[in-house]
Design a protein around this ligand. Structure first.
Ligand code: LLP
Length: 404
C-alpha cells in the first residue's frame, strides 16, 4: 500500500481522484502488481518449467485476460462462457484446460471442436460423453482424469475440494478403471492426471501429501502421463500477520516427484496471480451511531464483493486519504443490502471517518467482480486498469437502463 502525501496511490494515480472521476463502487487493478505476481510465480517454479493456466473463474475480465495472455499464461476454464472469453482474449486453444464436474454436451462439443489442450473429466459418465461427442465429430480428444486424492487442504471448509466427501474428481479405484477404459478408446487420448485440492492454501504440507498420493497412484497405473495438472490454490495474505506458502519449497517437492515421472506440470492459479492487484473503492453514504458501534454504510455491498458474506472472509479496509485522528469508536463497515451478512469488517482504532469519505477494500482482484451479482437490483461496478501512466476503463459501470 503506497501513500504519497497522505493520499493512497495506485501506480502513480491518486485513488481519490479516480473515485471522484469514475464514481463508486469502483474496482481498480494495478498492472504492475499483476506483472510482478506472474514474474514471481514463474521465477518460483522456473526449475520445472510448468505451463501456467490462469484460472478464469477468479477474474474473467476480458482486458485483464488478454494482458495475462500477453504475459505468457494459458487458461483454466470451467464453462463454455469462460472458454469463449479466454479464446476471445487471444489465449490459444492449446494452452486451455477445461475442468468442472458438470460439463454439458454443448460445452463438450464446443471444446472438442476447438481442440483445446485438455478436457479434465471428473466422472465415468463424463468420459463416456466426451468419447461419444468426439466420435460424432470424428476427432480424437486429449483428456485428463481428475483424481480426488482425499487430502485435506487445511483451508476454509467451503473452498476445500480434495476430500472424499467433496463432489470433485474420482476415487483411486475409478481412476484406475478409467485409465484402462480410455487406453482402449479410439476417440480419446489419455494425456493428463489432474488434481486440485482447494483454494487459499497457506501451508506446504497439504501439497506434499497430495504429491505422495499421486506417486502411489502413478505406480499402479503404469501409464505415462504427458501432463500432471496440479491445479491452483496457492493462498495469499489477506491480513498482514498470516503465514505464507513457500512456493520454492513446493517447486523442490515437485522436482523430486518428477525424477520418477517425466511429465510436464500444469498449474491453474487464480488468486495468487490476481488477488492482490485489485481494490474496491467505495464512498461512505451515511454513518449511523448506535450505543456500541458506528455503522459505516458504504455504497459497495455484498453484491459487489461476496467473499465476506459467503465465507466470513476478512479484507483489509484503508482510507484513501489519511488523517492523524484515531477514532475511539468501533466501526462496522456495511453495505446497503437488506441482509445482515452484508458486512465487510469490524474495526477498532480506525482513523476518524466522515460521511462522503472514500475507503478502499483491499485484495479483491480474485473472486471479487467474478462473484458479483445484481442482487437487490444493483448495477454492477465499473472496473479500471491502471497501467503505467494510463487509466483504462476495462468494464463500464452497468447502467440502470440495461438493468431495468
Ligand atoms: N483449478 C480448479 C479446478 C479450481 O476449482 C480452482 C478454484 C482453481 C484452479 C483456482 O484456485 P485458486 O488458485 O484461485 O485458489 N470463491 C472462493 C474460491 C473458490 C475457488 C474455486 N476453485 C473464494 O472467494 O475464496
Amino acid at each position: 500500500m503506497k501513500y504519497k502525501k497522505k493520499k493512497l496511490v495506485i501506480e502513480n494515480f491518486k485513488a481519490s481522484v479516480l473515485a471522484n472521476k469514475y464514481s463508486t463502487p469502483l474496482y481498480c487493478y494495478s498492472y504492475k502488481k499483476l506483472k510482478e505476481n506472474i514474474d514471481n510465480f514463474k521465477k518460483s517454479f522456473n526449475e520445472i518449467n510448468p505451463l501456467i493456466c490462469f484460472s478464469v473463474k477468479s477474474n474473467s475480465n476480458k482486458t485483464l485476460l488478454s494482458e495475462i495472455c500477453k504475459l505468457g499464461l494459458g487458461a483454466d476454464v470451467v464453462s463454455i462462457g469462460e472458454l469463449m472469453r479466454a479464446l476471445k482474449a487471444g489465449i490459444s486453444p492449446n494452452r486451455i484446460v477445461f475442468s468442472g464436474v458438470g460439463k454439458t454436451s454443448q460445452e463438450i462439443d464446443f471444446a472438442v471442436k476447438k481442440k483445446i489442450l485438455l478436457i479434465n473429466a471428473e466422472s465415468k459418465s463424463e468420459v463416456l460423453e466426451i468419447e461419444k461427442i468426439s466420435k460424432k465429430n470424428k476427432k480424437i480428444t486429449n483428456i485428463g482424469i481428475r483424481l480426488n486424492p482425499n487430502t485435506d487442504a487445511k483451508t476454509l471448509r467451503q473452498i476445500s475440494t480434495g476430500k472424499r466427501e467433496n463432489k470433485f474428481g474420482v476415487s483411486e479405484k475409478i481412476f484406475l478403471s478409467l485409465v484402462n477404459y480410455i487406453k482402449k478408446s479410439k476417440n480419446l487420448k489419455l494425456k493428463c492426471l489432474s488434481v486440485h485440492i482447494g483454494s487459499q492454501i497457506l501451508e506446504n504440507e497439504p501439497y506434499e501429501k497430495m504429491l505422495k498420493v499421486l506417486e502411489k497412484l502413478l505406480k499402479k497405473t503404469k501409464h505415462n502421463f504427458e501432463y500432471i495438472d496440479l491445479g491452483g490454490g496457492m493462498g495469499i495474505n489477506y491480513e498482514d500477520k498470516k503465514k505464507q506458502l513457500n512456493l520454492k519449497r513446493y517447486c523442490l517437492n515437485i522436482k523430486k516427484f518428477l525424477k520418477k515421472y517425466n511429465s510436464k506440470i500444469i498449474f491453474e492459479p487464480g488468486r495468487s496471480i490476481i488477488g492482490n492487484c485489485g481494490y474496491l473503492i467505495s464512498k461512505i453514504i451515511y454513518i449511523k451511531e448506535t450505543d456500541k458501534k458506528e455503522f459505516i454504510i458504504l455504497d459497495a455491498a455484498m453484491n459487489d464483493l461476496m467473499r465476506p458474506a459467503l465465507y466470513s472472509a476478512q479484507h483489509r479496509i484503508i482510507p484513501l486519504i489519511k488523517n492523524s485522528k484515531k477514532s475511539k469508536k468501533i466501526y462496522e463497515f456495511v453495505g446497503p443490502i437488506c441482509e445482515s451478512t452484508d458486512k465487510f469488517l469490524t474495526k477498532k482504532n480506525f482513523q476518524e471517518l466522515n460521511e462522503k469519505d472514500f475507503i478502499a477494500i483491499c485484495d479483491v482482484g480474485a473472486y471479487g467482480m467474478s462473484l458479483s451479482s445484481n442482487y437487490n437490483l444493483r448495477p454492477k461496478a465499473a472496473e479500471l486498469l491502471i497501467k503505467k501512466s494510463k487509466v483504462q476503463i476495462i468494464n463500464k459501470r452497468q447502467s440502470l437502463k440495461d438493468l431495468i
